[in-house]
Each structure stands twice: as C-alpha cells, then as structure tokens.
Design a protein around this ligand. Sequence first.
Ligand SMILES: Nc1ncnc2c1ncn2[C@@H]1O[C@H](COP(=O)(O)OP(=O)(O)O)[C@@H](O)[C@H]1O
Ligand SMILES: [Mg+2]
Length: 303
Amino acid sequence: MSGFVEKPEPVQVPGLTHLHTGKVRDLYRNEAGDLVMVASDRMSAYDWVLPTEIPDKGRVLTQLSLWWFDLLTDLVPHHVVSTDLPAGAPADWEGRTLVCKSLNMVPVECVARGYLTGSGLVEYNETRTVCGLALPEGLSDGSELPAPIFTPATKAAVGDHDENVSYEEVARQIGAETAAMLRQTTLAVYSRARGIARERGIILADTKFEFGFEATEHGPKLVIADEVLTPDSSRFWPAASWEPGRAQPSYDKQFVRDWLTSPASGWDRRSEQPPPALPQEIVDATRAKYIEAYELLTGHTWS
Ligand SMILES: Nc1ncnc2c1ncn2[C@@H]1O[C@H](COP(=O)(O)OP(=O)(O)O)[C@@H](O)[C@H]1O
Ligand SMILES: [Mg+2]
C-alpha cells in the first residue's frame, strides 16, 4: 500500500481551475492558461505522503528553485512566468506559489548522478551497471563516479516507484533527438549546480529534473520545469563528512526515514498500514535541515 494517508481537499480560488493534487504540489490553471503551482508543506517518504506537514517546507523548496532557475538561464530556459499571488488566493500561498508556462511535459524523470547510492547502488551491486551503463569495480555507497551519468526513470503515479530505464529505451519512447537533448541538458545543469554547491560545502550527489516543451513560432522549445535542485529532488550531502562505504548524512528526509524505520514509530514499512504522524521533534529537526540547506546554498538568511 502507498499513496496519501489523508488526501487534502483542494483550496477553491475564483478564476483558478484545480487540475491535480500531486504528492507535494497542487496544480491549477489560471484564466490566462498558465499553470499555478502551489508547493504545500506535505512530505513524502517510502512512497507515502505523510499525515504530518513540515512547516515552511513548500516555501523553502519554491524559493530555492527560484534561486537556482536564475543561475541556469544560459543553459536552459525555465518555466516560471511570475511569482505574483493570483487574485483571491489565500495569504498562506505567498512564497510557495509559482505561475508557470503550461508545458507539454516529457514523461521522463531526468536524473543525473555524480555519486553512487540509492537505486544506482542496488543495480551496481548486482550487475556493475547503473541504468545499463558499465561502471568500474570497487565502488561503494557514496563513491564518486568517474564522470556524472544520465540515468533516466519513467515517472510513476502517486504511490508507485519511479523505474530506472536505459537511455536506449528513452530514445525509443521519445525519439533519439529529444533523448540526446535531455541527456546533454541534464548533465550540463547538474555540472553547473554541483560546482556551485561544492563551493558552499555541499555535495550534490544526484538530482532529478523534469522538462517540457513550449510551443513557439519557431517550433517546440525545451524548458526546465517543476522544482529544481531542492532537497526533495536531490541528494545533498555535507562535504565535510563525506565518506564512501556507508550511507551519507543528507539534507533531506533523513530524520523522517530514520524515525519511521525505528522501533519508536511502531510502523512496519512492509505492512499495509499507513505511516503514523511524526513527533514534534522530528518535524522541527526536518524543518531545520531544509532551512539549513537553503541558507548554505543561497547564502541568504531564511526569514
Ligand atoms: N511547467 C509545467 N507544465 C506542466 N506540468 C508541470 C510543469 N511543471 C511541473 N509540472 C508537473 O506538476 C506536478 C508537480 O506536482 P508534484 O506534487 O511534484 O507531483 P508528483 O507527485 O508527480 O511529484 C508534476 O506532475 C510535474 O510533472
Ligand atoms: Mg514532484
């Protein structure tokens, strides 16, 4: 079992049509035809959207994405049209709402990995490959790869695992030209971001992008969409404590995952039961981690 423990009712705003409730974001269409993306404070872990929110998480993710989008515009245009709050929207939407171009989304999760961990490590341990790409012997959890790799995945519905696929499979599905463009752009953005993060003491181990096409008079234009380079879409590790051969501490759901899998939660990941509410100290520690990542990366103080 998986999915929402409690699926939230969409907020009704005059002039906005509710389209979709994602794991984290609520999507609306405005009267101009643009997409209004509202990042909630919802948190997902182990394929569940948890019953407890992390205050400010949606704002942190939104502000961090905006900061990155600006640093990437020479590599790829982004989808944000405006950060103005739509008329009639609740005050709580401030800082978490982006008006975006409504794109024809590419149904591929574009993952770049510079380090080996997670599903990449699982595949490597079985076959010495990741998404079918051969890697050298002797790598372990957290090892830096000889060069960053593009490891696409197919996007799953809420509650399902994304599935790693080979580059060849992506090329079959969306065409060789688009696949090549996605790989090139994904790796270029990853390399830029990794360098910036590293200067700030953070290893960007891996990250996921979503792209879409905007119809223009010159034909379809590739645009980077969704959120970028946030603790939800990336693995950020403190560089100072990086040590291959073990799981790395990270700026994301670590506290939540650790608590959910500890005896204290009373929850069995493999059961059909939904996960329990998080205790306040786990909520506070997680919120602090998200804010720490934001502050370290941007150099801004969270207010
Ligand atoms: N510019 C865009 N145009 C159309 N769809 C978008 C755009 N940017 C993001 N999306 C989609 O909006 C949704 C964001 O909601 P989210 O809660 O992150 O969903 P998910 O549960 O799929 O991760 C995703 O399905 C994403 O593909
Ligand atoms: Mg998402």
